[in-house]
Every structure is written in structure tokens, then in C-alpha cells.
Write a new protein. Structure first.
Length: 398
């Protein structure tokens, strides 16, 4: 038997709940969120958990507590979207029809795309802050290391929180400095990009950070294979088309990422995108072929950095333009690609990198120079942003 709602939102993460709350605040009543998970996670905190600066429990709240009041929660997963029929099929084979659809299922971690990674993550010397269950393991490895080689990886292609692969390296390095063992540890940071960061002013600041810690940075490079039995990674330098093997005593991996497989197989995916993101106008966030469909967050094809800060700017645009579509008005709200990356550069300082589609700094805090490492920005990351997330963002108020 089918179910119908005027607005169906796929995904109960940051993007989905922010839009649901804003729609409710705007007086919309018939809204459903499709979300199978019983827990809701504030994922940016996982870097601090892995760095020994926060407890994992702080990052999780029951989904029932954060679901906006008056919103129907469909506790199921989506298996397929049928845009011409205005329906979605759930994993339980239930059909849900809609007048308007918001697609925000998040991003998929593709552990199997790098040979050996899925096996390595289950071994004692390898971890990843990209999983709630593994972030404490990262801290255990950092705390227990006194000498040897620590490798931190970042894959090519879009990933959520592109600064996270670097942040944990800096938190680890600063801890080892405090313990007096930094000079006994070789730190290798593997980045697919030609510079430390895509915005030059922030890249220059990060150049100073890696120099301070003596980190060996492999630019334009990626790990292409892991041998967990031998504890080696193959690092391929894409600029020079060469590869070498590095032995590790500790390895922090970040998997390649893409849209969920069912999105890739859906008509709403961008046809020429191997990662299968939902094809939307990068400014209005409306689907390019089905005007009743919008998408935001990590699964959208807009070329912004995939961060919570981007979602905070996208959510009001989606809601304004969705309401305009309902009322047959022109779409006037525009998203200009704003994203921010709070980069923890030590256990007491942070660099707040804010930018937009122009890849130029786009500061949002008056009278403060956020192009340099700052102590006050650390407090923002550790305490201010989590409080803002739970109390304002998920309630559609920020």
C-alpha cells in the first residue's frame, strides 16, 4: 500500500533535518523524512575524538530527539527514485509518492575502491575518523606511538570535509611534540592536490604548519594499494607517474567517496559523473530536469566543498526556492558555493578557511582575521559549532 506526502525528504542528516525544520517554520505541514538510522551524528567532532580532544558520545543523539516536530519520520531506506512517477521505492518495497522531493542522503564511503583498504581497516595498526566506531581507535594508535612511521591519506575526488585527512595529522603531530617523541616519528601526509589547500592564502599558512612539525607531504599523490600483512602502502605520484612503497607503523586512511549506489543507478544522477551525484543547478540547487526535485548536501553535484558549513548556506536556498516553485514564482535565492573548513592545526589552534565558488576567501566573522591560526577559533570548533549544530542548525534557526 502506498504512502503520499506533499514534501518527501530523503535523508535525516544535517541537510535533511535542516530543510525539514525550515519548511515547518515556514508553515508547511505535510512533510516526511525518510531515514533508517536510529542515531544522528555530528560528524565534524570525530576528528577531535580521533585526536583525543573529545568523547565520542558527544557526537551522537537519538534521531527521535532531533527530528523536527510535526514531521513524519519514515524509518526505512530508499532503494530507488522514479522521478517521472513522482515516487520513491523503499527497501521494504513500499512506494512513497510526493509532490516535491528533496534528495539529501549523504555520501557513500567506498572502502573497496583501493585494494587492501577494507581489509587493512580491520587490523590493529590502521584506523579512520570517518567512522563513529573507529575514531577512538585512532586516538589509541596516536597515544601508543613513540617511534616509527605514521601515514595519513586522502583520496582523489570529492569527499566530505576535505580538511579532515590533514587535521588528524596535525593533532597527532602536536601530541607527539608534547610527548617529546616527534623527532622519532616520520609523518607522511599523502594529498591528491597540487598544493596544501585550494585557496592560496590558506595553503601558505598550512605550508608553515607542516614545516613546523616536519611532516613529509606527498602532493599530487594518492595511496593506490595497501598491504596490511606487510604493513605497506603504495603511494602513486600522479604528477611524475611514479610509485613507491612506504612501510607504516600507524596508518590513518580516508576512503574514496561517491553518491550512494542507488543514486548512481537513478535517473536523477548526473549522467557523465562517475561518482553519480544528483544533477542540480549549482546556484538554485533545483534539479536540471525535474523542477519539483531539489538536492543539497554531500550527494548534490554542486561543485562546492562538501562541508556542514556548505549545508548551512544551502538549506535556506533550497527552502526559499522550493516554496517559490510551489507558488509558481521565480527562483530568486542563490547559493554561491560558500563552504568553510575549520582546520585544527594544533591541540589549541585552528585555521578557519572560508571560501566560495570563486575559490577566494569569504570571511563571515567581522573584525577577525581568520587567514591565520587562532586560539579563539579552536574554542569555536570545540564548543561553539557543536552547540550551534544541535540547538540552532537542526532547528532551522541558523
Amino acid at each position: 500500500m502506498g504512502i503520499h506526502h506533499r514534501v518527501v525528504i530523503i535523508g535525516g542528516g544535517n541537510a535533511g533535518l535542516s530543510v525539514a525544520a525550515r519548511l515547518r517554520n515556514a508553515g508547511q505541514k505535510d512533510i516526511a523524512v525518510v531515514e533508517p538510522g536510529a542515531e544522528h551524528y555530528y560528524q565534524p567532532l570525530w576528528t577531535l575524538v580521533g585526536g583525543g580532544m573529545a568523547d565520542r558520545s558527544e557526537s551522537a543523539h537519538p534521531q527521535a530527539e532531533v527530528m523536527p516536530q510535526g514531521v513524519a519520520w519514515i524509518k526505512d531506506a530508499v532503494a530507488q527514485i522514479h522521478p517521472d512517477e513522482h515516487t520513491v521505492t523503499l527497501a521494504s518495497e513500499t512506494e512513497v509518492s510526493y509532490d516535491y522531493l528533496v534528495v539529501s542522503p549523504g555520501i557513500q564511503l567506498d572502502w573497496d575502491r583501493i585494494p587492501g583498504m577494507a581489509e587493512a581497516i580491520r587490523t590493529p595498526t590502521v584506523s579512520s575518523n570517518y567512522l563513529f566506531d573507529l575514531a577512538p581507535k585512532t586516538w589509541k594508535l596516536i597515544k601508543g606511538m613513540r617511534k616509527g612511521t605514521a601515514v595519513f591519506t586522502m583520496p582523489s575526488g570529492p569527499i566530505k570535509c576535505a580538511g579532515a585527512p590533514q587535521k588528524i595529522a596535525y593533532l597527532a603531530a602536536d601530541y607527539w611534540r608534547q610527548q617529546g617523541v616527534l623527532d622519532q616519528i616520520r609523518i607522511v601526509l599523502v594529498l591528491p592536490t597540487p598544493a596544501m589547500f585550494g585557496v592560496p592564502v590558506f595553503s601558505k599558512e598550512l605550508d608553515k604548519v607542516v614545516k613546523r612539525y616536519g611532516i613529509e607531504v606527498r602532493l599530487s599523490s594518492e595511496v593506490t594499494e595497501i598491504n596490511p600483512a606487510a604493513q605497506t602502502v603504495t603511494i602513486t605520484d600522479n604528477a611524475n607517474e611514479s610509485s613507491d612503497e612506504v612501510n607504516y607503523d600507524m596508518l590513518h586512511v580516508v576512503p574514496p567517496q561517491s553518491a550512494p549506489d542507488w543514486i548512481k543507478a537513478s535517473p536523477v544522477a548526473k549522467a557523465d559523473d562517475p561518482n553519480g551525484y544528483v544533477e542540480i543547478d549549482p546556484n538554485t540547487l533545483q534539479h536540471v530536469r525535474w523542477p519539483e526535485i531539489f538536492s543539497l548536501g554531500d550527494a548534490g553535484s554542486s561543485p562546492n566543498s562538501k562541508t556542514g558549513a556548505a549545508i548551512r548556506k544551502q538549506a535556506p536556498v533550497v527552502v526559499d526556492n522550493l516554496l517559490a516553485t510551489m507558488e509558481r514564482r521565480p527562483l530568486r535565492a542563490r547559493y554561491e558555493g560558500y563552504a568553510s573548513c575549520p582546520l585544527t592545526t594544533s591541540r589549541r589552534t585552528m585555521l578557519l578557511a572560508e571560501f566560495d565558488y570563486s575559490m577566494q576567501p569569504a570571511p563571515s566573522i567581522p573584525l577577525i582575521d581568520t587567514t591565520h591560526e587562532r586560539r579563539d577559533m579552536w574554542y569555536l570548533k570545540r564548543y561553539g559549532l557543536p552547540a550551534m549544530y544541535w540547538n540552532l542548525i537542526l532547528k532551522g534557526r541558523a
